[in-house]
Write a protein that binds this ligand. Structure first.
Ligand code: KG4
Length: 342
């Protein structure tokens, strides 16, 4: 049988990424161009700038990726792209590039859901055993998803207001930490001696989550903090806030995840999205599942940020299920995960 070679493109937010995956297992290329520094001065992703940078960078990332290891372009058998959800203008650039390449090479096109990518990224370290539970924690999502079988998604819990990453970023901003705030909160919370203070536990039904009330409570507390002559909160206090925020935010997430995992009787729990890079989340999740029959799969750090390797992995399963897109496909900024279900 001839090799399956997927060229995958991701451009849903602030990373322009290209990956090449051979036979569903061998990652030949994984290039990521991040725009984080370009958006830093705006304190968050500026959508119009994101689109322009994708347009400017996509051919560079593509030609760089294809030049690696003397890659033979004619060996590509499929083109995959993030079709949504994401920023409309940003998605559009990846979709146009993917359609052009697929048409030029006359190969099938696959439109992948971004969150399916975050879930399937975990397969780079462990094969999946169903039923499994996936936790997606990112700047725009906080969801607990049940997968009874491959590429079938049932959202059993989600945030009723802010996503966890968004809430991290807002608390960090109130503390005077730069964007992306979640990363900075993690960085300043590393010292094991930091004292933490208790925070209220939101009352949310089922496996749902809530971060808005907790975030507003913290921002109000921070506004009342004494400051030095430069208007800055003392470093020790910033660290106490950061660590206390991290512990409260992550424990809410893991309490629901643990409960859902036990009640649904899953074989595995997998974690994905930008916030899955958080050191406390990774350590605490490991601690909670270490004596359990349920296997916890945590993605390698390179796989937590947006990349095209995860899109290629999900596309590989879509090929097995014969799920292809036409050349008339469009991006879907509000694409629903449950509608992806097989
Ligand atoms: O999945 P992602 O890269 O893209 C979006 O959903 O936009 O997630 C980005 C989010 C940001 O809110 C960022 O602050 C957060 O993930 N994040 C973290 C960490 N690394 C990234 N939050 C907490 N701890 C981290 N180490």
């Amino acid at each position: 049988m001839s090799d399956e070679i997927i060229l995958a493109i991701e451009s849903s937010c602030d990373e322009t990424a290209i990956a090449i995956l051979k036979n569903g297992k061998e990652l030949l290329v994984n290039s990521v161009n991040t725009q984080i520094q370009d958006h830093q001065r705006f304190g968050g992703v500026y959508p119009e700038l994101a689109s322009r940078l994708h347009l400017q960078n996509i051919t560079k990332v593509l030609s760089y990726s294809l030049s690696l290891k003397g890659f033979d372009v004619s060996s590509i058998t499929h083109v995959a792209v993030t079709g949504g959800p994401g920023l409309p203008g940003a998605l559009q650039i990846g979709v146009m590039a993917a359609k052009t390449i697929a048409q030029y090479l006359n190969v099938p096109l696959i439109s992948v859901h971004h969150l399916a990518g975050h879930i399937y990224a975990n397969e780079y370290i462990q094969d999946f055993h169903y039923p499994l539970l996936a936790l997606i924690a990112s700047g725009g999502n906080s969801e607990i998803v049940y997968l009874p079988s491959p590429m079938t998604f049932e959202i059993i819990g989600e945030t009723e207001d802010d996503a966890i990453g968004e809430a991290f970023d807002k608390v960090a901003r109130a503390l005077g930490l730069p964007y992306p705030g979640g990363v900075m909160i993690d960085k300043v919370s590393q010292d094991p001696g930091i004292e933490i203070f208790p925070l209220p536990k939101p009352k949310v039904s089922g496996y749902n989550l809530s971060y808005s009330g907790l975030k507003s409570h913290l921002v109000r507390m921070i506004e009342k903090e004494p400051r030095d002559e430069n208007g800055k909160i003392p470093e020790k206090r910033v660290k106490e806030y950061a660590r206390s925020t991290e512990v409260a935010f992550v424990n809410q997430l893991l309490d629901k995840l643990e409960k859902a995992a036990l009640e649904k009787g899953v074989k595995q729990v997998v974690i994905g999205g930008g916030v899955s890079a958080n050191s406390y989340l990774r350590a605490e999740a490991k601690r909670r599942f270490e004596n359990s029959e349920i296997e916890l799969v945590i993605p390698p750090l390179w796989c937590t940020t947006d990349n095209a390797a995860m899109i290629a992995k999900a596309a590989h399963h879509m090929i097995e299920l014969n799920r292809f897109a036409g050349l008339d496909m469009t991006s879907q900024p509000d694409r629903d995960l449950e509608e992806e279900s097989n």
